[in-house]
Design a protein around this ligand. Structure first.
Ligand code: ADP
Ligand code: MG
Length: 329
């Protein structure tokens, strides 16, 4: 890259390297499969014998993916969580990340809080930061996550009559987001479901044995189950009364608006997956062993698209599908 005049080049570079070596390169994790990490032109890595490498990237932009007043800690945590969630939906074991960080100025206090959040989640999953890029500009964070997988879960392998399951509760992230504007008194637990979602890594890993397809719910169930249907060339029937909603969610949303947020807001980072009907008991066992609610919400059909039914077996149509960038409506 061309830098001019010369004096600006020198000052900027010192700040950039100071941030990289005194702040970013401070992670306690030191994996043996990282031969060279931060500090050289490339990271040099070992992939274990018999595994494929699963790679995923997600970007968080200020004002689009998180509000301007989100804490640096939660931005760091979430930037990693959304990427680990993609690895989880493939059934991969997380290993390494690279980080492209664009910040308006070299604010080391902000950076330290951001890294504290990021490294806290990284520690839980033994994930090492192995490189990246640091630039100046409007706040934006891209992370590329790398994991190992023997037999990856895909979106494309659901079969007719498979049962459809979701982990956890849907819509709590939508409720948590409201803490930023409409309902500041919202319970901390719900705010955290938006700010610090829990990537379902342990579940994804176990599902490689039993699930036929899997996706993480980042854009809302309608959109994400829709991807499974499109890519598996099938349809789905979903029973609305089976959609798992938390007590907090039920206490805030009215009957008329009950399912819209849970099905279209996204950001829950739960897993939606399909399993052959004769393996249903395996899912129940998994739910118990992970202490994680897992709910059967419907089944795969040979039609097109998703049909929702209410408790009276009446078909319900949703106009809004889910979050989509560049979509004006
Ligand atoms: P280069 O000019 O060769 O691309 P840089 O000067 O940008 O290298 O970066 C120096 C080292 O610091 C590299 O190993 C790079 O991967 C690492 N690095 C830079 N920014 C980050 C970041 N935000 N997170 C992690 N590592 C980073
Ligand atoms: Mg270089």
């Amino acid at each position: 890259m061309l830098h001019s005049p010369q004096i600006v080049f020198t000052v900027k570079k010192v700040t950039e390297f100071n941030l990289i070596y005194n702040h970013i390169n401070t992670q306690s994790i030191d994996r043996p499969d990282v031969l060279t990490g931060i500090g050289d032109d490339c990271a040099i890595l070992n992939i274990p014998e018999g595994y494929s490498l699963a790679v995923s990237m997600d970007t968080l932009v200020c004002g689009v993916h998180f509000p301007e007043n989100a804490s640096a800690y939660s931005i760091g945590y979430k930037a990693l969580a959304v990427n680990l969630s993609d690895l989880a939906s493939a059934g991969a074991i997380p290993a390494w990340i690279t980080l492209s960080l664009t910040m308006p100025d070299a604010d080391k206090f902000w950076l330290n809080d951001f890294l504290e959040g990021l490294f806290a989640l990284a520690k839980k999953h033994d994930v090492q930061l192995i490189g990246g890029d640091t630039t100046t500009g409007p706040l934006s964070i891209s992370i590329q996550a790398h994991g190992f997988v023997k037999k990856a879960l895909l979106r494309s392998n659901a079969k007719v009559d498979d049962l459809i399951f979701v982990s956890g509760y849907l819509g709590d992230a939508a409720l948590g987001f409201k803490a930023y504007n409409e309902i500041p008194t919202i319970l901390d637990g719900c705010k955290a479901r938006f700010d610090q979602p829990e990537p379902r890594v342990g579940l994804g890993l176990k599902l490689t044995r039993i699930a036929s397809s899997c996706i993480d719910i980042s854009d809302g169930l309608i959109s994400d189950l829709g991807h499974i249907c499109e890519q598996s060339k099938c349809g789905a029937e979903v029973n609305l009364s089976k959609i798992p909603l938390s007590e907090e969610y039920l206490s805030y949303f009215t009957k008329n608006d009950l399912y819209k947020q849970a099905l279209t807001f996204g950001d829950d980072y739960e897993l939606c997956f399909t399993v052959a009907a004769d393996l249903e008991s395996e899912v129940l066992k998994l739910s118990k062993s992970l202490s994680l609610p897992i709910t059967c919400i419907g089944k795969i059909t040979d039609s097109e698209g998703i049909q929702f039914f209410d408790e009276n077996n009446k078909t319900i149509l949703f106009k809004q599908k889910g979050y989509e960038h560049f979509n004006e409506s």
